[in-house]
Design a protein around this ligand. Sequence first.
Ligand code: FES
Length: 274
Amino acid sequence: MNGQARGGYQSGVAVTVRNDTWWISPLLTFLGFSTFIIYSTWSALQGNHYYYGSYLSPFYSPLIFINPYAVGSAPVEHAWLGAYPSWWPTFIPQSPAFLILAFPGAFRFTCYYYRKAYYRSFALTPPGCAVNPLPRRDYRGETFLLLFQNLHRYALYFALLFIVILYYDAFRAFVRDGRWGVGVGSLVLLLNATFLACYTLGCHSWRHLVGGRLDCFSCDSLSKKRYRIWQRVTFLNERHQLFAWISLFWVGFSDLYVRLVSMGVWRDFSTWGN
Ligand code: FES
């Protein structure tokens, strides 16, 4: 502690009496999130090279509408509603990713861990414990516009649905032209679904749903079962930050992998031999 500051606060953004490297964590968080946001937005705008063989980029799954003429696009029968209709507004890009990214985006954006991370690294409110925040008139917490963060518990239901869809995609990635096999992309997509499941099933809202409302864990067989589930979810919950980062990195890498293989930049080693 700096004796000069004892008993009072020094003014100025990010001023602190801490003498450790507290700024590394918010800086890395800022760089990591910025990289992901820039890449995912760019990729979602492309509308192409999101499919190869039987691999579908997770950024584009599920396919609602597709443009079958886009290079590296999925066969039209893979889309839930087929090709883009003729009435589709020209100012909205014909990219399947645009129709679905709001759901995982909302889930991540309102996640309790991510809130802490971007409140610190982007909004500097504050950038760290015992570090001065950006000046503000008063502290109101998550009120007013930030009430939308309450959407998290509802975004969870969509996130759970996406886990099922992504495991289905991973399963399909082991079948090509009616033949079972395995490629590096199959494993990439399987790991992607698994990392996302570990992140989603460690969610605080999910933990509350499975066991948070129980007053007694041993009163009857149902509450005992729920307690066991709660313990497993707690294992993931205690590693929520870890899986938040692993799954964020891997979902971006999965898209990049499918994109580069589709473009012919990377070769996908597989038992199908192509
Ligand atoms: S709290 Fe992070 S996903 Fe729900």
